[in-house]
Each structure stands twice: as C-alpha cells, then as structure tokens.
Design a binder for this molecule. Sequence first.
Ligand SMILES: [Zn+2]
Length: 91
Amino acid sequence: MTRRRFRYVPFTIEQDQTAEPEYDARCVSGDETECGAESGTHSGPEPVEEWQRKHTQETGHRRYRRNFGDYAVMRPPAQLAELVRADGGTA
Ligand SMILES: [Zn+2]
C-alpha cells in the first residue's frame, strides 16, 4: 500500500485586488420581528456607516448586522519569487 505524502507548501493568502470587497449592513432592531432595512452593497465601509447613521436618525433603530466579504487568492512561494524577479528585485 502506498501512502501519498503531501509536501507542506507555505502558500500566502492575499486579498484579490481584481475583485472589490463588499460591505453591507441590515437593521436588526425590533423586539419580535426585526426591521430588516438594508444598506445595499458597497465597496467600502463609509457609505454603509452613513446609511446606518441616517437610518438611526430616522427610526431610532440602533442595532445592525454588518457583513464584509472579499476574495482571497493563494499564492505559492514559486510565484512569489517570480514576482520579485519581475520587479527587478533588490539584488
Ligand atoms: Zn431599522
């Protein structure tokens, strides 16, 4: 019986710069049923916070569920070395 052995490859994890991160919030204020108002999806946190401030001012609601999502890419060490070479390196 052969056992496959996997060599440990120290991938680095980076945010995918080609895809925008996503921020949104939903109002979860309310005793039995939550309000459910949504900020919509934005590529930064500022518009979401602005929406929250406005919603709180209009309704008095103060509790939100916030979501953040982004894409990650795994970069193997060989590719890292290539990048350094492409940059001209320092050596
Ligand atoms: Zn609300």
